[in-house]
Design a protein around this ligand. Sequence first.
Ligand code: PEP
Length: 253
Amino acid sequence: MPQSRVKPLIAGNWKMNGVRSNMRELKRIAEACKKAPKPRGDVLICPPFQVLWPYKEAVKGSPVRLGGQDCHTSVSGAHTGDVSAEMLADIGATAIIVGHSERRTDHGETNVLVRAKAEAVHAAGLIAIICLGETEKERDAGQTIRVISKQLKESVPNGSTAKNTVIAYEPVWAIGTGRTPTSDDIKKAHKALRTRLEKRFGPDGAKFRLLYGGSVKPGNAEEILALDNVNGALVGGASLKSSDFVPIIRAAK
Ligand code: PEP
């Protein structure tokens, strides 16, 4: 399938930022997306889950969708402080990020756990955005492709399809640092992921959306989003302000 046929996704990860008063910023993003030119791709914001309910109002009537940042592997039960994919679906999430490097680092999440979480997301009827990426040490040792291939193999469930799964390549050293890989390095990583997806999932592997994440800003979005096999972006810091995020949304052609 030609790359141009894969609809891009621009997803914002608000991390642990978001109270009801930030709704103003979300409303600005939603309003901008209603105006021409309409976004060429899908637009998703993943705020902390406690604001999903009030934020639903802010995006009503706009193409902006809401998602979660993590979930438990179970539907319900004795798991104090956790939230399930079903619960997030119940309050309007359409997708959930799993395996973000901050969860892998802060909470020791392994590929096996990330895979189980992705399965829980699928069981809830939502899209799993599965994150992977190498550390700086791994990059410097020339291990990038080996590391992300292993993460892809072990974190992505067998039941994944281009409809229920998005892969986000996020070099750990590029997240929140203002540093990005060269365009050539992004292309190499995405090509490697595409080849492995096609090998494993056949023709459907060509349709999975592969997002790049790590210090995407209005100033570099156009170049990154135009690269082969880059079907959108996962954006952290620059998704918090409409003045940064809207130009990134518009950069997806
Ligand atoms: C992220 O946390 O997924 C991310 C890409 O962050 P930033 O855009 O701030 O680097």
